[in-house]
Design a protein around this ligand. Structure first.
Ligand code: BGC
Length: 728
């Protein structure tokens, strides 16, 4: 009897005095989660499902209240600050004042760099250099970690085919495969080899799903997504990034064919959690839970919370709906404790994964050592150089020859340092950025003189600066006109009814053209533009997007010929706004030669994949390793590409597949692989695509089931095709 009591005493003593299992660094994460969950009260669990904001809110679309009384046990904060000391103070409150010492997860929109601002995502995709993008994201993660951020709301992998939608700037263009590859590259950069690495942050795939299809390009609107296009176009980037280990996702604002993305059990639970087995969590977008009322699927906030949570949204971003209503919903048995425990476990899994329980605080490093490190600025310059697209180069206008002594630099973007860093650069400082003019000044120092005039503003009617611009152009050998969009014209809540630049900018070019000088048009913008009137006036056109802090230097290098442009468009430029939607992987029309526009050309101005170089690359006929291939077999197709010019350059081979006949009609062609190589003058290289039929030749139906059908397939590269036959 005595021995028995002693044993009980020892057992209890273990429970009450020894370190709890969840605090044991060496214990397996799943055991730590289980242990912690069983110690938590209902209130503590509910708090974990909420995200508040802290600090000055710099997203104009998100007007939040500064929090005076922050609950110590809150799940997460959007940290609108970059101060690690402040973060540590808040974290200390969570660790010391919450009963169980659960760390807060600090989230922030690190979209294309933190303080070192890189090119925007659509530009990154045009580089066709995912490993460079991984390096940039790794550097951004380090700046973020040192500023107190654990979790970024990036990458945005919404396939976007309507450039009226401002958010095309935030994603990787019109193609599902491109979004998948760059999404994965980004996740790898943020999360590193392991989430627990000191400089890793958790990624968040957004906006799940179909947001890129907002009707008419109007942000926050309905998106009519058929089941076929959901599986074929919008889900694949998410599936790839989930497989790559992305820790979290964000549910979108849009209503997907009648069931809002934030209340969509099919996409959030059946697909994401059950089919793809994602074990991290989903956060709602800003106010997206509350907005279920506006979207007409919930009568009040309480019902909105119930719908979002039971559909599969574990964390409520800032709405406070979960916190206000969940205790009651549990009492009413509308939400079970098993559901709550599963949701909390998912959030804790990310916190444990990041190592926050073991190292909740940020190391304090001076700003000088934290930001704009030379390697990071160099990465910004490299990525900018690889993402600028040479769209037109009539009679080799570019590069600017050594005989040119007077260069006119004109336009509202020429000396701009605010817009050039782009939207979603909250911690970016325009003072860190190099303007186009500064880049040119540096590049042409001692070689040519620059003659500057602003000409006009980005918008408005004021032509007062035209005369000066014309005078400057008249005395120069070549005219570089720098036009574009202000950064607030793209990004969230930045829809435009036309993708043409304001008339004043077009008028400026028309006036300059009258001088008879060669016109080099430089465009900085977040979306494809309508260039119907500008293209004929321009001898050369360079699309620099919003290139970040090192854009001026990269562009100057391209204009002088020091850098050979190598980017290709990841999104089509329609000829006019009225052509939208235009995307390369459309389905065949029933009458390919009819049904065309009667008033304008039907072809877009620049297709996906268009981009020039100062080198010339000549593609031989691609050759397949076998003509007949078994479904379970493999085949490789190779093509020899020769740099026939006298300059070194990088070429990206884009490999497309088409299947003329199938049980579900297929797009005219689909990108399945790409590879970028550097070729010296005169060098010849072989590009090879290893085709795995189950992966590359199969297609999905409207339920997500894959089909692989025998028949003919065409493999296209460099506008040349080879046929293979798939057999059983
Ligand atoms: C945007 C998200 C962003 C979130 C947090 C929302 O308005 O849609 O993309 O991550 O705010 O700032």
């Amino acid at each position: 009897m005595k021995v028995f009591s002693l044993l009980i005493f020892i057992g209890l003593a273990h429970l009450s005095f020894a370190q709890p299992l969840y605090k044991d660094k060496k214990a397996p994460v799943e055991s730590r989660i289980k242990d912690l969950i069983q110690r938590m009260t209902v209130e503590e669990k509910i708090l974990q499902l909420n995200q508040y904001t802290f600090g000055e809110n710099r997203n104009v679309n998100n007007i939040g209240k500064e929090m005076n009384e922050l609950p110590a046990g809150i799940g997460s904060l959007i940290y609108f600050s970059a101060d690690p000391v402040m973060r540590n103070r808040i974290q200390k409150k969570a660790m010391d004042s919450s009963r169980l010492g659960i760390p807060i997860l600090f989230g922030f929109d690190v979209i294309h760099g933190f303080r070192t601002v890189y090119p925007i995502s659509i530009a990154q995709a045009c580089s066709w250099n995912p490993s460079l993008v991984t390096q940039n994201c790794r550097a951004a993660a380090k700046e973020s970690v040192l500023s107190g951020v654990d979790w970024t709301f990036s990458p945005m992998i919404d396939v976007a085919r309507d450039p009226r939608w401002g958010r095309v700037s935030e994603g990787y263009g019109e193609d599902p495969y491109t979004n998948a590859i760059f999404g994965v590259a980004t996740v790898k950069g943020y999360q590193g080899a392991s989430l627990s690495d000191s400089f890793s942050i958790a990624a968040c795939l957004k906006h799940y799903v179909g947001y890129g299809l907002s009707e008419g390009g109007r942000d926050y609107h309905y998106s009519d997504v058929s089941a076929q296009s959901l599986w074929e176009t919008y889900l694949p980037p998410y599936e790839a990034c989930v497989k790559a280990g992305a820790a979290t996702l964000m549910s979108a604002f849009n209503d997907i064919s009648g069931v809002p993305a934030t209340a969509n059990h099919y996409t959030l639970t059946e697909i994401l959690k059950q089919r793809w087995k994602h074990d991290g969590f989903v956060v709602a977008d800003w106010n997206a839970v509350d907005q279920l009322v506006a979207q007409g699927v919930a009568k009040d906030r309480k019902e909105a919370g119930l719908k979002a949570f039971t559909a599969g949204v574990e964390m409520d971003m800032r709405d406070n709906i979960y916190r206000e209503n969940f205790k009651q919903l549990i009492q009413e048995q509308k939400i079970t404790m098993a559901q709550i425990n599963d949701a909390v476990s998912r959030i804790l899994r990310v916190k444990f994964g990041l190592g926050l329980f073991d190292q909740p605080y940020t190391a304090i490093v001076s700003e000088k050592d934290r930001y704009l490190q030379p390697y990071s600025v160099q990465l910004a310059a490299d990525l900018a150089a690889e993402s600028m697209v040479l769209l037109k180069n009539k009679n080799n206008t570019l590069p600017i020859g050594i005989g040119v002594k007077q260069v006119a630099v004109i336009g509202p973007m020429a000396k701009d340092k605010t817009n050039i860093i782009g939207s979603w650069s909250f911690n970016g400082h325009s003072a860190d950025a190099q303007s186009i003019y500064e880049g040119l000044e540096h590049e042409f120092q001692g070689k040519a003189s620059l003659n500057y005039a602003k000409g006009c503003a980005f918008d408005g009617q004021d032509e007062a600066g035209f005369d000066e611009a014309i005078a400057v152009a008249s005395k120069s050998d070549v005219v570089i006109v720098c036009l574009g969009e202000e950064k607030t014209w793209s990004g969230e809540n930045a829809s435009r009814s036309t993708i043409a630049l304001p008339a004043i900018q077009e008028k400026l070019v028309a006036a300059l053209k009258k001088t008879g000088k060669q016109i080099v048009l430089v465009l900085s913008n977040g979306r494809p533009l309508e260039l119907l009137r500008l293209e004929p006036l321009s001898d050369a056109i360079v699309e620099i997007w919003q290139p970040g802090i090192a854009g001026g230097d990269a562009l100057a290098g391209i204009l002088s010929g020091r850098i050979n442009p190598s980017a290709k468009l990841a999104i089509t430029f329609p000829l006019t706004t009225g052509q939208i939607p235009t995307y390369y992987d459309m389905r065949q029309s029933a009458r390919p030669k009819e049904g065309l526009y009667q008033d304008i050309a039907t072809e877009p101005l620049y297709w996906f994949g268009h981009g020039l170089s100062y080198a010339n690359f000549s593609y031989a006929q691609p050759v397949a390793s076998a003509i007949k291939v078994k479904k379970q077999g493999k085949v490789s197709v190779s093509v020899s590409v020769k740099n026939t010019s006298e300059v070194e350059g990088k070429e990206t081979a884009l490999w497309y597949i088409s299947q003329p006949v199938a049980s579900i009609s297929r797009p005219m062609k689909e990108l399945k692989f790409f590879e970028k190589k550097n070729l010296k003058a005169g060098e010849e290289a072989t590009f090879t695509f290893e085709i795995v039929p189950t992966r590359d030749l199969s297609f999905t139906d409207a339920n997500g089931n894959r089909h692989l059908e025998a028949g003919d397939y065409f493999i296209e590269v460099g506008k040349k095709k080879v046929k293979i036959e798939l057999v059983d």
